[in-house]
Design a protein around this ligand. Structure first.
Ligand SMILES: Nc1ncnc2c1ncn2[C@@H]1O[C@H](COP(=O)(O)OP(=O)(O)OP(=O)(O)O)[C@@H](O)[C@H]1O
Length: 408
């Protein structure tokens, strides 16, 4: 047993460094895990004014993500509440696929493209096996580590925190990866939405630019129809039952080869199966991985040999020594971000709390989340004030056991 006071475990654990960026769910910081000396990325998710903090469904999902360990899925190493925010701690990744695709100094060979797509599909396959959908696949959610391994990030967050609303200009690009059934307003969708998005990423790797760049949902459908022809009821019988379905003027499909002149026949065959209109007929991720595209020459490049952007220059900060006290750095400039009011997560998120260099003091003070979460039963970092009584706990545990057995 460790002689460290468990209530201080989180308190002194993460030392915040610079802001890495901001996404749909909040700001992401680089930080040092003082326990291991490792660099980590911490996603700070504002819980809004919800008195009860994170709901149990969210916790169950977070536990599920924590258990999803795979070389092609970003590892969630820790989760804890702090000052009304939920902090998710991930392994730190150097770059992402969007940076690779946009970097004009990088030449991507057919074998490199195959390797990046294979890693994407391998990560997706594991998640689909565990009944988790991504729902927000795009190149900047595919992170790349120092050994060239591509890992899926932001998995399951849509289900935990609600589907991202694309109110902010930096998020509208996600539309380009949306499957037609989503654009037609379906509420009942499955793993096919991730296959469609993966196909868009495959196309983007081939073209080195986003393939279907719609400026609105209608325009997105227009771009899809222009590429693959207007779907007919013989191709997609259920299309007429979709909530936002309206009949479009028929346009025929141009030959796929004319859109991807440089792609191999195998690549085009896989692409057309991933871009199948009817989600019931669309190839699954597992079937895609078994497609001859991956076993024919050229074989996928070894991840370590994949071209990647030159590493960004690190800001000058003293090296961290786990045996010395943490060096306190200035917090980043305070910035504000309006969070969409949905699924109970609302309000204005303040980023860069003034006294927040050490992330997670674990005192539970001013921390609405810590009043309601028993993290310990989920195998996460415990807050120091669990308030679930034992009757609630066993009821909840029974409920979770049941839910785990029933894929949604
Ligand atoms: N594990 C990580 N390692 C290194 N950088 C990360 C990590 N996770 C996220 N980032 C960076 O933090 C920034 C914000 O990421 P986040 O995933 O929150 O949003 P996003 O992917 O940019 O947008 P969206 O939320 O709309 O998908 C991005 O620049 C991203 O590259």
């Amino acid at each position: 047993m460790s002689d460290v006071d468990p209530s201080k475990k989180v308190a002194d654990r993460y030392l915040r460094r610079e802001v890495l960026g901001e996404g749909t769910y909040g700001v992401v910081y680089k930080a040092i895990d003082t326990k291991t000396g490792q660099t980590v990325a911490i996603k700070k998710i504002r819980l809004g004014k919800q008195k009860e903090g994170v709901n149990f469904t969210a916790l169950r999902e977070i536990k599920l993500l924590k258990e999803l360990k795979d070389p092609n899925i970003i590892e969630l190493t820790d989760a804890f509440p702090h000052k009304g925010n939920l902090h998710l701690v991930f392994e730190f990744m150097e770059t992402d696929l969007e940076a690779v695709i946009r970097d004009r100094n990088i030449f991507l060979s057919p074998a490199d493209i195959k390797s990046y797509l294979q890693m994407t599909l391998k990560g997706l396959a594991i998640c689909h096996k565990k009944w988790v959908l991504h729902r927000d696949m795009k190149p900047n959610n595919l992170l790349i580590g120092p050994n060239g391994q591509l890992k899926l990030a932001d998995f399951g967050l849509a289900r935990i925190f609600g589907s991202p609303e694309r109110r902010f200009t930096h998020q509208v690009f996600a539309r380009w990866y949306r499957a037609p059934e989503l654009l037609f307003g379906t509420k009942q969708y499955g793993s096919g939405v991730d296959v469609w998005a993966a196909a868009c990423i495959f196309a983007e790797l081939l073209l080195r630019r986003p393939f279907l760049q719609g400026s609105s949902d209608i325009d997105q459908l227009g771009k899809i129809f222009a590429a693959f022809g207007t779907p007919t009821t013989s191709q997609w019988p259920d299309i007429v039952y979709l909530p936002d379905y309206v009949e479009y003027q028929y346009v025929p499909a141009p030959p796929l080869r004319s859109l991807f002149p440089m792609a191999s026949d195998d690549a085009l065959d896989l692409l057309s199966k991933m871009f199948t209109y009817d989600p019931k007929v669309r190839i699954s991720v597992q079937q895609a991985l078994e497609h001859r595209y991956f076993s024919s020459v050229p074989l996928p490049t070894d991840p370590e040999k994949l071209p990647r952007p030159a590493p960004k220059k690190e800001p000058k900060v003293p090296d961290f020594n786990p045996h010395e006290g943490p060096t306190v750095l200035s917090p980043p400039r305070k910035s504000r971000r309006v969070m969409p009011g949905r699924d109970g997560f609302e309000g204005i998120a303040l980023q860069g709390d003034k006294d927040d260099n050490n992330v997670g003091d674990n005192t539970g003070k001013n921390d609405p989340a810590s009043t309601s979460i028993d993290f310990s039963i989920f195998g996460l970092q415990p807050p120091n004030r669990p308030t679930i009584n034992s009757a609630d706990r066993s009821h909840l545990k029974r409920k979770l056991d049941l839910e785990f057995q029933q894929p949604e």
